[in-house]
Design a protein around this ligand. Sequence first.
Ligand code: SF4
Length: 131
Amino acid sequence: MTLRIAEIFGPTIQGEGALIGEPTVFVRAGGCDYRCSWCDSMHAVDSQYRHSWAPMSSDAVWAQVRHLSGDRPLTVSLSGGNPAIQDFGPLIARGRAVGYRFACETQGSIARPWFGDLDTLVLSPEPTIKR
Ligand code: SF4
């Protein structure tokens, strides 16, 4: 399973929401099923930026998270775009097995079985503007 990844960065301090103040590595997924005119992350949404999204295996994403975190378990936030359009289950299982915590930020259009393995699900509903 190949994931489309717009960027991976951190650790940095989460600046908003329920996890504010938490050291966090962000995994920003490429692609979204909505097209909101107010979106501030179009580089991770619109297919015109698809060439900049890295095709990565879960193993490769996990290796990058471990590298950035220095192998110290912290929170990994899956954002986008809409990360729910991809299968992050294997990455979550891998990280949770060694103490990492996972959050996912989504507008809620799609539910995935792996939501049940998250520590935190952040739902930010948007009006329905499908592509
Ligand atoms: S749902 Fe979120 S990420 Fe997707 S286009 Fe709308 S604001 Fe952007």
